[in-house]
Each structure stands twice: as structure tokens, then as C-alpha cells.
Design a protein around this ligand. Structure first.
Ligand SMILES: O=C([C@H](O)CO)[C@H](O)[C@H](O)COP(=O)(O)O
Length: 428
């Protein structure tokens, strides 16, 4: 078996960053350099030209995702210095055939991207018959966020064609190893290398996984465990960024510094300091839940205090969020328990039993349903709709990774405005 190729996908907008990241990825063991679609859209063929000049001996892959006018697009990428040009597998046969003819004329190869193809096996066979050189089992970034797996797609086409197989879509060291074990000839990695703080180290880790896939053991987690692990890795600001600046509660303050709560919501609607339902709800929570309480907007009377916090902590409840007031804050602080409220007040109400547990409530400007996920840290509290929690958690991780890399570049001496080319990207 020949050594699988590692293709680094430069899916970033700024050429000056792409070139540096490519250098670091190559130092870590990347064989092929992909000028990613976002980079091509941002910088055009200049990016292909410059990368060809910087890496005269490497394969340069232009991820054009060609959907029409195959000849024109293959010609421009080839003349700019690409040695492999990507077409959309779903493009009409006429486009594929024209792309292949142009590729032969200019001495480059065609890689067809199976993103969103309805019948990948049949299409891969048709592409081979049309003269395509490489088929790419690709699950796009938006599709990855809802849990689609590029390794599953690859497995479905292994053995069905005899041309080389590439695989792309959210691969890390573990899934890259699985891809090689499944039969991938080319492993394409974008985010896990280009957004890493240590690009060279990440490329090296993935290179090692490709060279010996048995080194990496996949972790088995339930969906909830995976969501929790993702949300524990990211911050509440990462999550609102992933939600297009939505989901944040207004007016809450963390009353205990340095602690974080993550988990599905158990909701409580109570009335003016009536602490019966909030306290009864503790017994209904599972470990890891977050209790979210609406105290009818009242901040002069507290439905929650230190004894309730003790009980919640014993039950393994991840944290408590109150649209209202709490008391005994000094004791709760000493417990280092994640508690978020709008105010502190010494007086408690009565345990009368008015209210409801696990109904939809409003909390500090957000609707919260039982089972919606909460992430709460020192920046504040965000509610994530339960139907989209996995997707949002995955997107938040992408936000965090991107920030990690930007931070690294600032530490190396750049400024935030320079890294992000702010002037260029101001809205016109
Ligand atoms: O082709 C890609 C995507 O459609 C954006 O243009 C990526 O290069 C490909 O998915 C690999 O990147 P990751 O999924 O981040 O590994």
C-alpha cells in the first residue's frame, strides 16, 4: 500500500495567513496544499499563483467546486499553477467531460467532490467512466455540524471504483486514521490543522495517524456526552457567535466566579419568592441538569438560598439560573457553585406551592423549554434550542478553534485588525 497523502485545505480568507499556515502544515508533514474554496473566493487565482510560487514541488489543489463552464475554470486554475482541480460531482456530465478534456490539455488532474450527491456509488462509477482522476468522499462543513460522517461516505464507495479515493470533512487524527483503515488514498484536513494554535504539531499528529492508524483508538460517547464535552470546551461567547449572536440572557450576573454550568434545562415558573417549586424541582433533576427559574420578575424577594444550593449540589445539578433574586450569596460563593441571578436580597418568600415545573418559561429575555441546553460562564448565560444543540456545539468549537489561531498570530506580533484584515472586510 502506498503512503496516504495528507492534503491540507487552506479554508481561510486572508492570503498572507494562508501562506504561513501552509508552511507550518508542510513542516508537519502535509504533502498536498489545497487552495480552499473560501480562499479562492476571497483572493481569486492570485492565491493559486502565489502558493505555486512558494511551493514549486508540491501538488497544489484548487478547490474550485466547478459547477459550470468546466473548460474556463480548469484552464484558469491550471494556468495559475494548480496541478489538481476540483469539480462538483453533482455537476452535469457535460461539465465533467469538459473539465476532463481541459485537464488533459493543460496536464492537470481532476478531483470530483461528492458533496451532497444522492447516490454516491453510482455517481463515483459514472465519474470514473467520464475520466475523473480522483473521487473525494466529502461531507461539507455545514453537513458535519449535524453529524454527517465523511468516513461513512468513504466506506460506501470503497471497492466500487478503481481510481484513487480522497476523503474530506471534519477529519481529526482519530477519524483520519479510520479513513485510512477504510481505504483512503488522500486524506484532506482543513479545520483541525488550519485553525490549530500549533499548525505544525496538528499536521504532525495527523500525519502519524495516517502512517499508523492503529495508534488512534476512537472514543465511544453517547450524543449527550458528546454535547457536554463540546460545550465544556467552548465558552458562552463562542456559543452566541455560533448562533449568529442569539440566545444570550440579559441582566444576569454570575454570583460565583470561575465556575461554569452546562446541561439540559429543568424549568421552574414560580411566583414572587415562593420557593416550594424551585426546591421540589431539585429532586426531579438528573445529575448534569441546569435548573432555570423564573421568579415572576421579582428581585425584592428570593426563592433560592444556601440550603437549596446545598441540595442542588448534592444532586449533581450543574448550575442554577434565576430570573430574580437569591440570598446567602456569601455561603454560596464559598461553595464555588455556579449560580446566576439578577439580584441579591436577604429576605426569602414562603413555600406556598404556586407555580409549575417543566413548563416553557421566559428567563431574562429568552424562552426556555425543558431539555433546551444551557451554557453559563462568567460572560453570562446562553440557551440553545434542544433540536440544534449538537450542531451549535460543533459550530461553537469551530469558533473557538478559529479564535485560538487568531490569538496565536496576535502573540506572534500581529494585531487583531491585521489578522482579520478588518478594513478590507468592512461592509460597503
Ligand atoms: O471543501 C471544504 C469545504 O467545503 C469548505 O470549502 C473543506 O476544505 C473540507 O471540508 C475540509 O475541511 P474540514 O472539513 O474543515 O476538515
Amino acid at each position: 500500500m502506498t503512503r496516504p497523502k495528507l492534503q491540507v485545505a487552506l479554508d481561510i480568507l486572508e492570503f498572507h495567513r494562508a501562506a504561513q499556515i501552509a508552511r507550518e502544515a508542510v513542516a508537519g508533514g502535509a504533502d498536498w496544499i489545497e487552495v480552499g474554496t473560501p480562499l479562492i473566493k476571497s483572493e481569486g487565482m492570485a492565491a493559486v499563483r502565489e502558493l505555486r510560487e512558494a511551493f514549486p514541488d508540491h501538488e497544489i489543489v484548487a478547490d474550485m467546486k466547478i459547477a459550470d463552464t468546466g473548460t474556463v475554470e480548469v484552464e484558469m486554475a491550471a494556468k495559475a499553477g494548480a496541478s489538481i482541480v476540483c469539480v462538483l460531482a453533482d455537476a452535469d456530465d457535460t461539465v465533467i467531460a469538459e473539465s476532463v478534456r481541459a485537464a488533459r490539455l493543460y496536464g492537470v488532474r481532476i478531483m470530483a467532490d461528492l458533496i451532497n450527491v444522492a447516490d454516491p456509488v453510482r455517481r463515483a462509477q459514472e465519474l470514473e467512466a467520464l475520466g475523473v482522476d480522483i473521487v473525494n468522499a466529502h461531507v461539507g462543513i455545514d453537513q458535519q455540524m449535524i453529524g454527517k460522517s465523511s468516513v461513512d461516505l468513504l466506506r460506501s464507495i470503497v471497492g466500487e471504483v478503481s481510481i484513487p479515493l480522497a476523503v474530506a470533512g471534519g477529519l481529526d487524527a482519530s477519524t483520519a486514521a479510520q479513513a485510512v483503515a477504510a481505504g483512503a488514498d488522500i486524506v484532506i484536513v482543513g479545520g483541525w490543522i488550519v485553525k490549530a494554535r500549533d499548525v505544525e504539531g496538528s499536521a504532525r499528529t495527523i500525519r502519524a495517524a495516517l502512517d499508523d492508524p492503529t495508534l488512534v483508538q476512537p472514543e465511544k460517547k453517547s450524543l449527550d456526552e458528546e454535547i457536554r464535552a463540546l460545550l465544556m470546551t467552548v465558552s458562552a461567547p463562542n456559543v452566541t457567535d455560533a448562533m449568529h449572536r442569539k440566545g444570550a440572557m440579559n441582566g444576569l450576573v454570575p454570583l460565583t466566579g470561575g465556575v461554569k454550568a452546562v446541561g439540559p434545562a429543568v424549568t421552574v415558573q414560580t411566583f414572587g419568592g415562593d420557593w416550594a417549586k424551585p426546591v421540589e424541582a431539585i429532586d426531579l433533576c438528573r445529575p448534569g441538569d441546569v435548573l432555570v427559574i423564573n421568579n415572576d420578575g421579582r428581585t425584592e424577594i428570593a426563592p433560592w438560598g444556601e440550603l437549596a444550593t446545598h441540595s442542588a449540589k448534592n444532586q449533581g445539578i450543574s448550575g442554577v439560573v434565576i430570573d430574580g433574586a437569591v440570598r446567602d450569596v456569601d455561603d454560596i460563593r464559598a461553595m464555588q457553585y455556579p449560580l446566576f441571578a439578577r439580584a441579591c436580597v436577604p429576605n426569602a418568600g414562603e413555600a406556598k406551592g404556586f407555580g409549575e415545573i417543566n413548563a416553557e418559561i421566559a428567563c431574562c429575555g429568552q424562552q426556555v423549554r425543558p431539555g433546551d441546553w444551557i451554557i453559563a460562564d462568567e460572560s453570562g448565560v446562553v440557551v440553545i434550542p434542544k433540536e440544534r444543540t449538537y450542531e451549535i456545539a460543533r459550530r461553537a468549537l469551530e469558533v473557538k478553534k478559529m479564535e485560538d489561531r487568531v490569538r496565536e498570530e496576535i502573540e506572534r506580533g500581529s494585531t487583531l485588525a491585521q489578522v482579520q484584515e478588518l478594513y478590507k472586510w468592512e461592509k460597503r
